[in-house]
Write a protein that binds this ligand. Structure first.
Ligand SMILES: Cc1cc2nc3c(=O)[nH]c(=O)nc-3n(C[C@H](O)[C@H](O)[C@H](O)COP(=O)(O)O)c2cc1C
Length: 379
C-alpha cells in the first residue's frame, strides 16, 4: 500500500484494526457534522500565494513554554493509545521526541506515566480529566511531577461523555460487546498478535497504578461513565493551578468568553478544540471558532488549536487563523495503528515537508510570520 497522506494511513489503520477500535478512533458524536466540518472548514481556508522571494532558508521551529518544537504541533492526548499498537504510548512518544515535539499522555492511557517518561529524551505533557475521584487527580499530578512532565493539559469539554453512536454498533459498547470484540480480534491476526497478545497488559495504566488493581478495557466505558463530573466549575480548578508547578493549558475552549475566563483564571494557554467532533455535534469547527477567540485573547495567553488537522498545510492555516501552535489527534493515531512508531515518524516528516511547501508558496520564512495577512479576505 502506498502511503503519502493521513488519508492513506486512515485506510491502512482500518485494514489492520478490529472494527471496534477503528470506529472508536474514527467516529464522532451524533450525526458527526462537527467532525466533518472540522476538516472541510479548514480545507476551505484560502491562503495568498506569493512568489519570487528567495525561500531557500526556512525555519519551521517555535518556542512554547520554554521548550523548542521542531514544528508547531504537539501529539494530542488520545485515550487507549496502547490498544492501537503494541505499548502505543511508548512508540508514539518516542517518535514525537525524535522529531523534536512533545507527546501528551492521556489520563486514560494504557501505559502508565512511569512506563513512558523514563524512555524519552525530553519531558512529556500530561492530560488530566476532571474526575469525581479527586484522589486520582491528586495522585496523577504528583506522579506526573515526579516523572518530569513539563506541561499539564486540563481537559474541560468532557464533564459527560458524548453520544457516539458508532461505539454501540461496533462492539466498543452495547450488547455482547466482549464477545463481538473477541470475534473481531481473531479475524485481524496482525493486530491480535502485535497488540492483543504481545501488547499486554491491556489496562488503564494510570488508574490501575492508583487503585492498586487492574482496570481493564472491559471496565473502561463504565469507569468513564461513572467518574466524569458534571459539577465541575472554574473554582474546582484552583487547587490544581496551585498544586501544579509548570505551565497549565485548558483544553476544550470554543467560545471567546470562556477564553477570557481562562485568562482571568491564570492559565498559561488554551486549546481551542471540540474534542475532534466527539462531544457536542453541531458546535463550530475549530477553524471557525478560532479567529474570534484569537481576537479576544491573542498575546495574553498561548493559543493552541486542534480538531481537523490532517496535513502540514492545515497547520499553516490554523496559525494564519490566529493559533500559536497546533495539536494533532487522529492523524498520528491512524499512522501509529498502521505502522507503529515508524508510521508516526513518517507522518511527522510529511507534515514538516508540507509545511515547508505552504511556507514557500506564501513566502514566509519563519513561523512567527504566519499571520492573518496570509489569508485571502473573503476566501
Ligand atoms: C480515539 C480518541 C481518543 C481521545 N481521547 C482523549 C483523551 O483521553 N483526552 C483528551 O483530552 N482528548 C482526547 N481526544 C481528543 C484529542 O485530544 C483531540 O482533541 C482530537 O483528536 C483532535 O481532533 P483530530 O482528531 O481531528 O485531530 C481523543 C480523540 C480520539 C480520536
Amino acid at each position: 500500500m502506498i502511503i503519502s497522506s493521513t488519508t492513506d494511513y486512515r485506510a491502512a489503520a482500518q485494514k489492520r484494526l478490529p472494527p471496534f477500535l477503528f470506529h472508536y478512533i474514527d467516529g464522532g458524536a451524533y450525526a458527526e457534522k462537527t467532525l466533518a466540518r472540522n476538516v472541510s472548514d479548514l480545507a476551505d481556508v484560502a491562503l495568498r500565494q506569493r512568489v519570487l522571494k528567495d525561500m531557500s532558508q526556512l525555519d519551521t521551529s517555535i518556542e512554547l513554554f520554554g521548550e523548542k518544537l521542531a514544528i508547531p504541533t504537539v501529539l494530542a492526548p488520545v485515550g487507549l493509545t496502547g490498544m492501537y499498537a503494541r505499548r502505543g504510548e511508548v512508540q508514539a512518544a518516542t517518535a514525537a521526541c525524535q522529531k523534536g515535539i512533545p507527546f501528551t499522555m492521556s489520563s486514560v492511557s494504557v501505559c502508565p506515566i512511569e512506563e513512558v517518561a523514563p524512555k524519552l529524551n525530553r519531558p512529556m505533557w500530561f492530560q488530566l480529566y476532571v474526575l469525581k475521584d479527586r484522589g486520582f487527580m491528586k495522585n496523577a499530578l504528583e506522579r506526573a511531577q515526579a516523572a518530569g512532565v513539563s506541561t499539564l493539559v486540563f481537559t474541560v469539554d468532557m464533564p459527560v461523555p458524548g453520544a457516539r453512536y458508532r461505539d454501540a454498533h461496533s462492539g466498543m459498547s452495547g450488547p455482547n460487546a466482549a464477545m463481538r470484540r473477541y470475534l473481531q480480534s481473531v479475524t485481524h491476526p496482525q493486530w491480535a498478535l502485535d497488540v492483543g497478545l504481545l501488547g499486554r497488559p491491556h489496562t488503564l495504566g494510570n488508574i490501575s497504578t492508583y487503585l492498586g488493581k487492574n482496570v481493564s478495557l472491559e471496565d473502561y466505558m463504565g469507569y468513564l461513565g461513572a467518574n466524569f463530573d458534571p459539577s465541575i466549575s472554574w473554582k474546582d480548578l484552583e487547587w490544581i493551578r496551585d498544586a501544579w508547578k509548570g505551565p497549565m493549558v485548558i483544553k476544550g475552549i470554543l467560545d471567546p468568553e470562556d477564553a477570557r475566563d481562562a485568562v482571568r483564571f491564570g492559565a498559561d494557554g488554551i486549546i481551542v478544540s471540540n474534542h475532534g467532533g466527539r462531544q457536542l455535534d453541531g458546535v463550530l469547527s475549530s477553524a471557525r471558532a478560532l479567529p474570534a477567540i484569537a481576537d479576544a485573547v491573542k498575546g495574553q495567553i498561548k493559543i493552541l488549536v486542534d480538531s481537523g488537522i490532517r496535513n502540514g498545510l492545515d497547520i499553516v492555516r490554523m496559525l494564519a487563523l490566529g493559533a500559536d501552535c497546533t495539536m494533532i489527534g487522529r492523524a498520528f493515531i491512524y499512522a501509529l495503528a498502521a505502522e507503529g512508531g515508524a508510521g508516526v515518524t513518517n507522518l511527522l516528516n510529511l507534515l514538516e515537508k508540507e509545511m515547508r511547501v505552504a511556507m514557500t508558496l506564501t513566502s514566509v520564512k519563519r513561523v512567527s510570520e504566519i499571520t492573518g495577512d496570509l489569508l485571502v479576505q473573503g476566501g
